[in-house]
Design a protein around this ligand. Sequence first.
Ligand SMILES: [Zn+2]
Length: 405
Amino acid sequence: MAKVLYTNANLLDGTNPAQPGSSVTVEEGRIKAVSGPGASAGGSHEQVIDLQGRTLMPGMVMGHWHGAYANYGADGGSQAFSGVEQAFLALSNVQLALDCGYTTLISAGTHYNIDVELAQSIEAGHATGPRIISCSRNYMPAQDAASTMANEELCMTSGPDAFSEGARYDLDRGVQIIKIFASGGHGAPEGMQMTAEEIQAVVDTAREYGARVRAHVSGRQQILDCVHAGVAIIDHGDEADDECIEAYLENGTFVLPSAYVLLRAAELGGNTFGFRNDMQDFDQSCALLPRLVDAGVKLVPGDDFGVWQIPHGDYAKELVCYAEHANIEPLELIRWSTCYGGEMTGVGGLGTIETGNHADLLIVNADPSANIDALTRPDNIQAVIKGGDLVSGSLPEPLAAASAG
Ligand SMILES: [Zn+2]
């Protein structure tokens, strides 16, 4: 693979403020060198691409992904689709995410083991798509014996042994993450909750396979139960207090507020899935976010895109929502989408532009650290590069082969 020099870049490395006039060298799918303004990139390169001040940033990571959803919950939505239809839908959605600048998706639940098999197809080169960290079907507590059920989309059960046995079904098929619903709230039925023993059983079983657990959880006590049990990813955590924040920090827990769906559900009404029709939950999340940021909690974006309230493709609107309603700085939102998201994958070398990392890069025709809204406009996403290869958009015209000296 050719050695490529991206020069004259407004570099957003995933951590630091923008550094105009930077250069990045890519070879064999990896970042070979990063040099700041005025420094020589050194060596010879087969291809030199002058970015003319465009932003070069890490490919983004979506931390909460449901590929098999489209218009979910509305008439004609994917809840009525067959497994095969859902698989085609998932392929189309991951390619849409790639076009939007997401080179890695961390799933938060799928059906028919689609994540694992789609990830394998992409890795084998049968389809173009982002990296996928796979997830299981949803695991929920059964309210009573009559509501116990298990199929390709859902495992609703009770008791530590039954949860553990259910989880093995997905783990044996290769999922990297098990998704549990530890409590209701944030769109899930109020009153629903898993016991601390059930949560622990799922975590212990996942660990046997080297897998992790993520939890949809809203209630304070269940948040603590999850973090203490070793749940790695807290989805939403709406009712977190100082004790929860302390537990997040002690355990290096990742937190996904996913609050954009709360805003849209309140604006659109209809109350599907148990989202509130008013702004109470959204306002609560917006009040919590700055506290989490100030404490140093690792937040990652990702929402229930594909439910009817928020269509796939609107991903960056979640970031704009946090900037506008919770006053989160654009640079901080970029860190969530790159550095923290990369860390949350559990795969080394993703999410920042550093020597040795995977060359998952985004060329943007604007500076999102000045205005996060820039990421919502498709024509700003000039090129998406995964493992050094152009996978979406087009590169600015390269200069002739040259020695950068
Ligand atoms: Zn979700």
